[in-house]
Design a protein around this ligand. Sequence first.
Ligand code: GRF
Length: 196
Amino acid sequence: MSQRVAILISGGGSNMVRLVESLAGSSLGEAALVLSNIPEAGGLEKARALGVSTQTIDHRSFDQDRAAFEAALVQALIDAEIDLICLAGFMRILGAGFVSQFEGKILNIHPSLLPEYKGLHTHARALEAGDQEAGCSVHEVTTALDDGPILGQARVPVLADDTPKSLAARVLVAEHKLYPAVLENVLRGDRTPLLM
Ligand code: GRF
């Protein structure tokens, strides 16, 4: 049976677009909902253009009440009968109230070779450290930030004249290949780490 996938975004949604495109050719899953916490997120329009239902739950309207924001997210995902959640540039930290509702069913992409560089500014930190290689990771989401079992990683070289921007662009190309491939594995029930 086709699993209903929700993709959560906060920004441009280029990873979301790749996931939606890959699901369009899959019998295992379908893009049922794109949900944003930012009403202005550019990805919302892209999702609609791809024929995917969208919804916005603006965290700013919850007055710093993270539990209430997360409860609204949970309700929207239950209402849409979602089986699997892909965080794709979703820039809110999700707490136990959310994660415990969907244990093992939330994936995230992070622009570093985890466990290196959890959190923000991953590319600048990799350059500062003088790393020869950078990359991205898809992992299962647990209540610890950018933690949880790694489901796949893709590596790219760091070039001598890289800036955080040029490195981010190279890593993003790898993200676009890695995330759909890991999603397909997970939909097939295979959580063996995929290395690219
Ligand atoms: C990606 O680099 C993702 O790994 C990070 O935020 C960026 C989102 O880009 N968390 P996009 O919205 O998918 O284009």
